[in-house]
Every structure is written in structure tokens, then in C-alpha cells.
Design a protein around this ligand. Structure first.
Ligand code: MG
Length: 163
């Protein structure tokens, strides 16, 4: 470990839409006329957040920790994965300072669910709600998000070493 008491990490995830009736974002089930193709519950937001947390400590990525060849993670609740990653962070002597996330979706509309998402993420990270920022935007009908082929999420985290 370097001598600095802070670590920064970033994560990105994309999932393709498929047939279904809901998506899960930050642990919140949102009704939609499509679902998400994934081995787990396909929560792009929590997958990006897990990658950011792992990245901050150079611990690899979510695919290494929870491989999609492992039946244990089939249909997994990504909040369970997130809590396991938070345990790894804690074992290494670090705590979450804050997180900032951006979700990209043309549809469904995400803003009505942001408050519930913030509460879920704060609970799993063991931080106050004001340490969790979740923003949502469309991509102005451009690209795969704009064509409603899938969802994308980005996350940045700051970790601080325990005193
Ligand atoms: Mg993923």
C-alpha cells in the first residue's frame, strides 16, 4: 500500500436489454417493458460501484471475484455482491468516503427512484446518505443507450484508510 491515506476508484458497466418486465438499479426494482440480460440480477449501477471499490484498492474486477461461470452467482442479488466487496475494502483497512454515480438510460425514467437507490446504497456501504450521489441522464437518443438497446452506469469512489 502506498503511503497516502486515500484511494480513488472508478467503474463502468453496460448491460443489454432483453425480454422482461423490470430492471434493477442500485438494488431498486423498476417496472419496465424490457429486462436486462445478465448472469446476476443485471444491476449495472451496483456492478459499476463494485468495480470502483475494487479498483480503488487494485483488487481486480467484479468478473474475477464473482465469475459468471459460477452457479453461485446465477440470478444473484447484486446488493449481496456489493456487501462482499465492502467487506474486502474494510479488511484492507479502508472505509468509504463518498461515491458519485451516473446512470445512463433513455428509458425507464429513473429520477422517481433516485431517493430509494440512495438509501439502499448508503445502507450497503455503511455511510450516511449525503455520501452517496446518484445521478441519471439520457444520451439524447444517441448510441446504444439512446436506441434503448441497453443501460450504462459509471461510478467513482473515494476510500480513506481507517484511523
Ligand atoms: Mg454487469
Amino acid at each position: 500500500m502506498t503511503g497516502f491515506p486515500w484511494r480513488v476508484g472508478q467503474g463502468v458497466d453496460v448491460h443489454r436489454f432483453t425480454e422482461g418486465d423490470h430492471v434493477v438499479l442500485c438494488g431498486v426494482k423498476i417496472p419496465h417493458d424490457r429486462g436486462v440480460l445478465a448472469h446476476s440480477d443485471g444491476d449495472v449501477a451496483l456492478h459499476a460501484l463494485c468495480d470502483a471499490l475494487l479498483g480503488a484498492l487494485a483488487l481486480g474486477d467484479i468478473g474475477q471475484h464473482f465469475p459468471d461461470t459460477d452457479e453461485r452467482w446465477r440470478g444473484a442479488d447484486s446488493r449481496v455482491l456489493l456487501r462482499r466487496v465492502v467487506s474486502l475494502v474494510s479488511e484492507r483497512g479502508f472505509a468509504v468516503g463518498n461515491v458519485d454515480m451516473t446512470l445512463l438510460a433513455e428509458r425507464p425514467r429513473i429520477s422517481p427512484w433516485l431517493s430509494a437507490m440512495q438509501a439502499a446504497v448508503a445502507e450497503d456501504l455503511g455511510v450516511e446518505r449525503d455520501a452517496v450521489s446518484i445521478k441519471a441522464t439520457t444520451s439524447e437518443k444517441l448510441g446504444y443507450v439512446g436506441r434503448q438497446e441497453g443501460l450504462m452506469a459509471m461510478a467513482v469512489v473515494l476510500l480513506a484508510r481507517h484511523l
